[in-house]
Write a protein that binds this ligand. Structure first.
Ligand SMILES: NC(=O)c1ccc[n+]([C@@H]2O[C@H](COP(=O)([O-])OP(=O)(O)OC[C@H]3O[C@@H](n4cnc5c(N)ncnc54)[C@H](OP(=O)(O)O)[C@@H]3O)[C@@H](O)[C@H]2O)c1
Length: 352
């Protein structure tokens, strides 16, 4: 399952908020070794340590800081790339890398809803990897594109998967409180976000309303048959550094008692193929019973930022059940999620 020697990887858009998380998570990774870092015209040809305005704790290693940033248009040369490009740049660059033989694990929204591209959360829909074969046949690529969902979608869907399996989700009403790191760097101006809440994030509600249907859809004859429920999302940017909280109400085909729902969430385990991966959390979901959890500052670092915390599971007077769910947006919701996808692809023999 584990590769015999470390696989060289590229990080596309390595200088931004998510790119830096990739660098941090890949520095001592047991399977992967950073070989290529790319950026925009602003950074090309310059040492990473000079052009990346580091916004995380610690700093990149000397080896990485001294690496020269390459052009994203110089595609290929490694079997695996992690993309933290803005959607517009990803639309052009990711197919070029896939065509040059690289499997691209992308955070960008550009190809998430492409019918030939897996939108993947290893604990939720690992079977959707099978789309890669059709993708390669139809596009003539030796590489591939695999995407992970929007950072609020992933938080929400982790909780919906076990509930949908047991009780059949009919409707979802989700209100997000999203951290400022979700806007990248420099992100939201301090004069807009300090002492404030901004009830708008462009394009976000549409993603949260559509992506769960693909993720919880069924793979049939080489295509994903979307799940039939509906989602209504309202998003807010809040003055928190990291961690997206989603207040959720759900209607079901078969209405569970609160205790039954808690048991379903607690019992949720990742498939065997996912459990042993280096970045897999010990458990996908932890359910808290305190009346005031989850909270971003206290719960976002669960299992090195890869865990999802659910709390406040209770009856809903409008739909059937309500709860709060939280995960770390730049780890579980971005770089860590894509890294876990890459690990699964190696373990399944798609890369190597
Ligand atoms: N932040 C989150 O929580 C989060 C979560 C999930 C998904 N995402 C997605 O992940 C992607 C990256 O987000 P981010 O928050 O890291 O953004 P960001 O901080 O703005 O970083 C953008 C990165 O893309 C590079 N870039 C910009 N224009 C480019 C061009 N023309 N050619 C090549 N590279 C270019 C930048 O390089 P230079 O610094 O050299 O200009 C930088 O490395 C986006 O698609 C975003 O939607 C973000």
């Amino acid at each position: 399952m584990a590769p015999i020697k470390k696989i060289p990887v590229a990080i596309l858009g390595a200088t931004g908020a998510v790119g830096q998380r990739f660098v941090q998570l890949l520095e001592n990774h047991p399977w992967f070794e950073i070989a290529i870092l790319t950026g925009s015209e602003r950074s090309i040809g310059r040492p990473y340590g000079e052009v990346a305005r580091w916004i995380l704790n610690d700093s990149p290693s000397r080896r990485v800081a001294e690496m020269v940033v390459q052009s994203t248009s110089q595609a290929g040369g490694v079997p695996l790339a992690f993309s933290a490009l803005p959607a517009e740049q990803a639309r052009e660059a990711e197919p070029a890398w896939a065509s040059a033989g690289t499997v691209v694990c992308s955070n960008a929204s550009a190809y998430r809803m492409d019918p030939l591209v897996p939108l993947l959360i290893p604990e939720v829909n690992p079977d959707h990897i099978a789309l890669i074969e059709t993708q390669r046949n139809q596009r003539g690529w030796t590489g591939a594109i695999v995407t992970n969902p929007n950072c609020s979608t992933i938080t929400l869907v982790m909780a919906l998967r076990p509930l949908h399996d047991r009780f059949g989700v009919k409707q979802v009403f989700a209100t997000t409180l999203q951290a400022i790191s979700g806007a990248g760097y420099p992100g939201v101006a301090s004069l807009d976000i300090l002492d404030n809440v901004v009830p708008y994030i462009g394009g976000e509600e549409e993603k949260i309303e559509s992506e769960p249907l693909k993720l919880l859809g069924t793979l049939r004859d080489g295509a994903v048959d979307f799940a039939p429920f509906r989602v209504s999302a309202s998003v807010n940017r809040v003055p928190v550094l990291d961690g997206h909280l989603v207040s959720t109400s759900v209607a079901f085909e078969r209405v569970p008692a609160v205790e039954e729902a808690i048991v379903a969430l607690r019992d949720f385990t990742a498939p065997d193929s996912v459990r042993g991966l280096p970045s897999a959390p010990e458990r996908p979901i932890v359910v808290r019973e305190e009346p005031d959890r989850p909270q971003p500052r206290r719960d976002r670092d669960l299992y090195n930022g890869m865990g999802t915390t659910v709390g406040r599971v209770r009856s809903c007077p409008l739909l059937d059940l309500k709860f709060s769910v939280l995960s770390h947006n730049t780890i579980r919701g971005a770089a860590g999620g894509a890294l876990l996808n890459g690990e699964l692809l190696v373990a399944e023999g798609v890369i190597g």
